[in-house]
Design a protein around this ligand. Structure first.
Ligand code: COI
Length: 369
C-alpha cells in the first residue's frame, strides 16, 4: 500500500484536538532526552467494536485515562493484544514508519488467537497515520530517536463469564523514545531461565498478547537479581532449546560467518525486525538457518570460539549485542564481550533504511507525513 492509499483513509478518523496540548517549550524539553515509554503525546487514536455492529467511532482524541468498569473482561481474563512500531523523522522533515503491514497482519493473527475482533489493515494504517499527523511535532529528530507507537486492543465488555467479549476497544498511543536500554547500544547480559517457560506448544507464544509479557516478569526479576538485563526462555517441552528473550528474538553468528535463529515453532513471536534481518542477511549470500538451537550447543560454541556473536532484536531495542550468558551452572562471555561486526553492520543497515539514510529497495518504508 502506498502513501496515497492512507492519505484518504486516515480521513475516516475524526480528529478532536486536545484543549490542553503541552506548550511548545515543555514538549521540546521532553523531546530532548526521551526515555523509553515514559512520556506520551497529546492524543491517542481510538476505534470501538461491538458485536453485530463491527468497528465504529474512528477518532483521534485527547490522550488520557480510560474509564473501566471493574468487571471489564480484560481485567479478569487478560483478553488483550498489542503491537510495537516506530515513526522515524528523516532529514527532510518527512515522517515514515517501517513495514506497518507486517504489524497489521500480526495484530490480526494475535486477535484470532485471543478471540478478539480483527482490525483491517486499512483501519490499522489509518489509525497510525491519523495519530502521527495530529502529533507530528512529537516525532523527535535527535540521533536514533523515534516516536514509538503502541497499538493495542482489549476486551471492554463488563461481564465476568468466561467467553469472548462482545465489546472491544482498539487504541494507539505514542511515546518519543531514544535507546530502549539505559546504557544505549551496549552489550547486554542474559539470564537463561531454567525454572520458568514463556510459552508452550498450542499456547499463545506466537501472539503478541500482554499475558506472555506478564509471564516473563518474574523470570525477568530473577535476571536482574543475577546481574543480567534480560531473560532468555527455553522451550517448554524439553527445556533444552533457545526460544526468545522477554521481548526480543535471538540470533547466533558462527565463527564461519553463518547465522542461525530459532525456528518459528508456534511458541515464538515472529518479530518484524527478525524477518527483516533474515532477509538482509540472505541477500548478502550468508548461510542463514532457522532451526532448533540447543542451549548446550550454544554454550559449547561460545566456550570453544565457534560462536562469534550472539545478538537480540526487536522494534524497541532494534539490534542489541549479547555479551554474556548466565544460568544456574554457567556464566560465559561471548567472544570478548563486545559488539560484534555482523550485529553492528546489520544494525547500521536497518537503521539507515529506517532513518532514510539509505535506499529502501524492499519498499519497507511507508510515509506518514
Ligand atoms: C517491541 O520491541 O516493540 C516490543 O514490543 C518489545 C517490548 C518493548 C515489549
Amino acid at each position: 500500500m502506498s502513501i496515497s492509499d492512507t492519505t484518504d483513509l486516515h480521513a475516516s478518523f475524526e480528529v478532536h484536538r486536545s484543549d490542553s496540548p503541552r506548550p511548545d517549550a515543555e514538549r521540546e524539553s521532553l523531546l530532548a532526552t526521551p526515555k523509553f515509554g515514559t512520556v506520551f503525546t497529546d492524543h491517542m487514536a481510538r476505534v470501538s467494536w461491538t458485536q453485530g455492529l463491527g468497528w465504529h467511532d474512528r477518532r483521534v482524541e485527547k490522550y488520557g485515562p480510560l474509564q473501566l468498569d471493574p468487571a471489564t473482561a480484560v481485567l479478569h481474563y487478560a483478553q488483550e493484544i498489542f503491537e510495537g512500531m516506530k515513526a522515524y523523522r528523516h532529514d527532510d522533515g518527512s515522517v515514515w514508519t517501517f513495514r506497518p503491514w507486517a504489524n497489521a497482519e500480526r495484530l490480526q493473527r494475535s486477535a484470532r488467537r485471543l478471540a478478539l475482533p480483527e482490525l483491517s489493515t486499512e483501519d490499522f494504517l489509518a489509525s497510525v497515520t491519523a495519530l502521527v499527523r495530529t502529533d507530528v511535532d512529537w516525532v523527535p529528530s535527535g540521533d536514533e530517536t523515534s516516536l514509538y507507537l503502541r497499538p493495542f486492543m482489549y476486551a471492554s465488555e463488563a461481564f465476568l463469564g468466561v467467553r469472548p467479549s462482545m465489546q472491544a476497544e482498539y487504541l494507539v498511543i505514542a511515546s518519543p523514545v531514544g535507546s530502549y536500554f539505559a546504557g544505549g547500544v551496549q552489550p547486554v547480559s542474559i539470564w537463561v531461565s531454567e525454572d520458568y517457560a514463556r510459552a508452550a506448544a498450542g499456547g499463545t507464544g506466537a501472539a503478541k498478547c500482554g499475558g506472555n509479557y506478564a509471564a516473563s516478569l518474574l523470570p525477568q526479576q530473577e535476571a536482574y537479581a543475577r546481574g543480567c538485563e534480560q531473560v532468555c526462555f527455553l522451550d517448554a517441552a524439553t527445556g533444552t532449546l533457545i526460544e526468545e528473550l522477554g521481548g526480543m528474538n535471538v540470533f547466533v553468528v558462527g565463527a564461519d560467518g553463518s547465522v542461525s535463529t530459532p525456528r518459528l515453532t508456534g511458541s515464538i513471536l515472529e518479530g518484524v525486525t527478525r524477518s527483516s534481518i533474515l532477509e538482509l542477511l540472505r541477500e548478502d549470500g550468508r548461510e542463514v538457518t532457522e532451526r532448533d538451537i540447543p542451549l548446550t550447543e550454544l554454550l559449547d560454541g561460545v566456550r570453544d570460539g565457534s560462536v562469534a556473536e550472539v545478538f537480540a532484536c526487536g522494534t524497541a531495542a532494534v539490534v542489541t549485542p549479547i555479551g554474556r550468558l548466565a544460568g544456574t551452572d554457567f556464566d560465559v562471555t561471548v567472544a570478548d564481550g563486545s559488539a560484534g561486526p555482523v550485529m553492528q553492520s546489520i544494525r547500521t543497515r536497518l537503521t539507515d533504511i529506517q532513518y532514510g539514510r539509505a535506499a529502501d529497495p524492499h519498499g519497507w518504508m511507508h510515509r506518514l507525513v
